[in-house]
Design a protein around this ligand. Structure first.
Ligand code: ZN
Length: 366
């Protein structure tokens, strides 16, 4: 950011100078042109003797002015090229020191990266680009990926066209998953249908639809009440439709499984800190972060992703023989810690006092 501001200040300086350049010379040139035109008329009319002295002095002044103008113009070249130097000075061109050279060394890793790029393109409905990319990269991606995103994007498009039918079908197919996360999607879809009927001006049919479809949402008394209030005060249906689309995108995980997007965002947030370390250490530090899977410093990227788990009880790093275990209450400790805390076949969570069976804990995979 500092680099952008420095370059921006340099550009502003030149622009300020440039703004003065035009009007200054325009004024002088106009003055010479009108003097020359007057003298030309005088010569042509032959009514009076032309003032030779005025004519030669104007021509001399003009020659000097044009020389000054071209000199000033030449100085512009050096000013503009200084911006290029300012960009080179303030921005790092070579990011190789901040990259992990081992990350994409093998063919397997390169293929994995290409697959992630392809899935990202599918997710964004860039079907043609994805197919071309697959061809050029020489890889094959499981067709189910494409099918899944085709299907999800078709549902989003249908919702935009005010057709909730495919979304209802998807809700029925994924009912268990949606119920487990207490999703409001089905209720909101019914709400949209209710509003569509209301929008057509058919209040009786809207009430009938509400009676048939809202009765199963026993835990949504308040929401049903406010929906019925819409009979009197119809809301902005466009805004509600956008909310339903956003909810569908969230519940179908269209929003949070874009690995490439997340990786690029994390990388961009971490890059300035990595480059600062490089500058502070003033030497090739690439090796420092290439040796391990961990970065040499803690970088707050705004994303909480952990590829490594350190047990909060034993303060040891988890591994294959000592994996992280999630307790029933949601707290996570290592398997070794779990074994140590077990007392006669039972376990008390060290964070909340919940008692549970050690066998109820589940292995977490990062
Ligand atoms: Zn707990």
């Amino acid at each position: 950011m500092d680099a952008c501001q420095t370059v921006d200040a340099d550009v502003e300086k030149i622009l300020a100078k440039y703004k003065k350049y035009g009007p200054k010379w325009q004024f002088q040139l106009n003055r010479y042109i009108s003097t020359l035109e007057r003298l030309k008329k005088e010569i042509e009319s032959q009514s009076s003797k032309p003032d030779v002295f005025e004519l030669s002095s104007t021509i001399l002044q003009m020659k000097l002015a044009i020389k000054d103008m071209s000199n000033e113009h030449r100085r512009w070249h050096s000013d503009v090229s200084r911006i290029g130097k300012s960009i080179d000075k303030n921005f790092v061109i070579d990011y190789t020191e901040a990259s992990n050279r081992k990350a994409f060394k093998t063919d397997y890793e390169k293929k994995l990266l290409n697959k992630i790029i392809c899935v990202h393109l599918y997710r964004d409905s860039k079907w043609d680009v994805a197919e071309e990319f697959l061809k050029e990269a020489g890889i094959i991606v499981d067709y189910r990926h494409k099918q899944r995103y085709l299907h999800l994007n078709h549902i989003v498009d249908s919702l935009r066209r005010n057709d909730p039918k495919p979304a209802f079908e998807w809700v029925q197919q994924n009912k268990t998953h949606l119920d487990a996360k207490k999703s409001d999607l089905e209720f909101k879809l019914h709400q949209i249908v209710f509003l569509n009927i209301l929008n057509r001006g058919d209040q009786y049919e809207a009430v009938l639809y509400a009676r048939t479809n809202f009765s199963k949402f026993v835990d949504k008394q308040k929401e049903i009440q406010s929906t019925m209030g819409m009979l009197l005060y119809p809301p902005n249906i466009g805004q509600m439709r956008t909310e339903v689309i956003d909810l569908f995108i969230k519940d179908s995980c269209l929003s949070d499984d874009d690995l490439l997007n997340v990786s690029v965002n994390v990388g961009c947030s971490a890059l300035p800190s990595l480059l600062d370390i490089k500058q502070a250490m003033c030497r090739d530090v690439g090796g420092v972060w290439n040796e391990n899977d961990e970065l040499p410093i803690k970088i707050d990227t705004g994303f909480a992703y952990h590829s490594v788990f350190a047990c909060p009880i034993l303060r040891t790093r988890s591994g294959e023989s000592n994996p992280p275990m999630m307790l029933v209450c949601g707290h996570v400790i290592s398997k070794d810690a779990l074994n140590k805390l077990e007392r006669s076949g039972r376990l008390k969570c060290p964070y909340c006092p919940k008692e549970q069976l050690p066998s109820e804990a589940r292995i977490l995979h990062f």
